[in-house]
Unconditional design. Structure first.
Length: 162
């Protein structure tokens, strides 16, 4: 962590937050969403009217509530995934500034003095990319599941009266 500089600490914090949100979504999908889908479907089935304009509005509201809960934090997760490589780039820039400072003070021949800046330039870049790639894979799966589950619940509400 010390070789990567302060930006690496920021990348670690963003990655921790990103993974916390993703794990929360997985927990919600596995534990709470089945209960919520069942509750919504029972609410729809309990209605005597399924064909009127008002019933259609109630159905839309129920589907909207399910979609809202399923997509909760998806935008934040996608933002954090996109932020990771940008923070890696920030680490690259700050590390190169350190390299140029060393070059300005000691001349261009002191490679040992420049090595610290090069580490601060490359390690955060790698960390940001690894964090983004790992987050991207799961965030795509989370978004896909949320979309599919929303469609599934909507289909069940549509066919509940047929």
């Amino acid at each position: 962590m010390e070789r990567g500089g302060d930006v690496l600490t920021l990348i670690a914090a963003v990655t921790f937050l990103m993974w916390t949100l993703m794990l929360e979504r997985l927990w919600y999908f596995k534990i709470l969403q089945p209960r919520e889908a069942k509750r919504v479907e029972e609410t729809w089935r309990a209605r005597s009217d399924h064909d009127s304009w008002f019933a259609d509005q109630v159905r839309r509201l129920l589907v909207s509530e399910v979609r809202s809960e399923l997509h909760h934090s998806v935008g934040a997760i996608k933002t954090l995934v996109a932020l990771c490589p940008m923070l890696g780039l920030l680490g690259t820039v700050t590390g190169m500034i350190e390299v140029f400072d060393v070059m300005a003070i000691s001349g261009s021949g002191n490679t040992r003095a420049m090595a610290s800046g090069v580490s601060k330039a490359t390690i955060p870049t790698m960390a940001g990319m690894v964090a983004a790639l790992s987050g991207m894979i799961l965030s795509v799966q989370i978004e896909r599941f949320a979309n599919n589950e929303t469609a599934r619940v909507a289909d069940h509400l549509t066919h509940a009266h047929e």
